[in-house]
Design a protein around this ligand. Structure first.
Ligand SMILES: NC(=O)c1ccc[n+]([C@@H]2O[C@H](COP(=O)([O-])OP(=O)(O)OC[C@H]3O[C@@H](n4cnc5c(N)ncnc54)[C@H](O)[C@@H]3O)[C@@H](O)[C@H]2O)c1
Ligand SMILES: [Zn+2]
Ligand SMILES: [Zn+2]
Length: 358
């Protein structure tokens, strides 16, 4: 095997730098993955691609990009206890210290160690390269029923959506509003369907996103974002509002709609990040007995459970992929994702590059 690989970096001026990098050596408890699929998340665009805006855990430190990686182990270092060469895996995209309270709960996303918390694609090398060095403790086995392109989206996108809707609970009693139909909103819609949501109302300001939600039959009703959204949703729900709302936009107006179009005793989860929102707590929340949850990524055990459920449900995240591109076209991939005129965009390698999405 050569010792040089190609890798993509995000300098922060809406461009992608493709450079050569050494293929890493595996150390104790580490594995080297041949990358197969590396998908782009809205956070890559929001915090890194246009400008390095993120701070702390969202601070990009110039490493190889990509925090939704799936691949195959080509080398397992000494001390590996479970995984071996040939295994197909997803990488939980934050490597934590393993010892703080959050890591012990499996939420390495919230690891409190300034020294050891390192997110792949932010503070350590990520999946936009031919190979990725990962810690064995961060791996999730990818079952044969799922492709690498399915698995890549479990890191971040689908994992985040699953955690959020688990927090608010979804059942056949619920009309669900999803504000923002980017890959995260579409993932939430796909999961809400499987959990039996009665009716799913989706909202976005980009017509292509509304069209994808309809083509994939993930929403029963789609609404272009606008000032009338609350009224429209009340009309659709006999004046009551939805039982559950999931904000996947991070937009102030959409967040307000999510809260105000939710009925008494309803639950709302905010997943979309950044920005702000101004609410009137008494009429918007308190007097209607509503609960607003915040939810950040997920735990490694819930991701493992999700992978099992996806197989059981025959639910394929790769349905959301509208574009598969090779690493050398990563510039096009990030540009497309930043335009919003797409579903999920995946940088793929080897057999994944030629796969049609199911
Ligand atoms: N909570 C978490 O752990 C977590 C994890 C992953 C991503 N995120 C965040 O979730 C958000 C969505 O990510 P994504 O990958 O789907 O990408 P994205 O940023 O492309 O999706 C956001 C969508 O919201 C839509 N939108 C913007 N303004 C709107 C409005 N007024 N009304 C309705 N829709 C509107 C956009 O058109 C877009 O389709 C981003 O903010 C991302 O940073 C959060
Ligand atoms: Zn920790
Ligand atoms: Zn993400």
């Amino acid at each position: 095997m050569a010792n040089i690989m190609n890798a993509a970096y995000l300098p922060g001026n809406s461009r992608v730098d493709l450079r050569e990098a050494p293929i890493p050596e595996v150390g104790y408890g580490e594995v080297l993955l041949r990358m197969k699929a590396s998908t782009i998340c809205g956070s890559d665009i929001r915090c890194i691609y246009h400008e390095h805006l993120g701070k702390g855990p969202e601070g990009y430190q110039g490493y190889i990009a990509g925090h939704e990686p799936a691949g195959q182990i080509v080398r397992a270092g000494p001390g590996c206890r479970r995984f071996r060469e040939g295994d197909r895996v997803v990488v939980y995209h934050i490597s934590g210290c393993g010892l703080c309270n959050d890591c012990r709960r499996g939420y390495m996303i919230s690891c409190t160690s300034a020294k050891y918390r390192r997110a792949y694609g932010w503070q350590r090398d990520g999946g936009m390269a031919e190979y990725l060095l990962a810690e064995e403790k961060d791996l999730i086995a990818l079952p044969n029923g799922l492709s690498y392109a399915d698995g890549a989206q479990v890191a971040c996108g689908f994992g985040t959506a699953y955690e959020g809707i688990e927090k608010i609970g979804i059942s056949g009693n619920h009309d669900v509003l999803i504000t923002g139909l980017g890959p995260l909103g579409l993932a939430a819609a796909m999961l809400c369907r499987k959990l039996g949501a009665r009716r799913i109302i989706g909202m976005d300001v980009v017509p292509e996103r509304l069209a994808i939600a309809q083509q994939l039959a993930l929403c029963d009703v789609v609404l272009p974002g606008g000032a009338e959204n609350v009224t429209q949703i009340l009309d659709l729900t006999s004046g009551y509002g939805v039982e559950r709302a999931v904000d996947c936009s991070g937009n102030e107006n959409a967040r307000k709609t999510a809260v105000r179009a939710t009925r008494k005793w309803g639950r709302i989860v905010f997943l979309g990040e950044g920005g702000r929102v101004e609410l009137n707590p008494s009429p918007d929340i308190i007097h209607d007995q509503k609960a607003i949850y915040g939810s950040w990524v997920t735990s490694i055990w819930l991701m493992e459970e999700l992978v099992e459920r996806l197989v059981r449900w025959d639910l394929r995240p790769s349905r959301l992929i509208t574009h598969r591109v090779p690493l050398e076209n990563a510039g096009f991939a990030y540009d497309l994702m930043s335009s919003g005129r797409c579903g999920k965009v995946a940088v793929c390698f080897d057999e994944e590059l030629s796969q049609p999405s199911p």
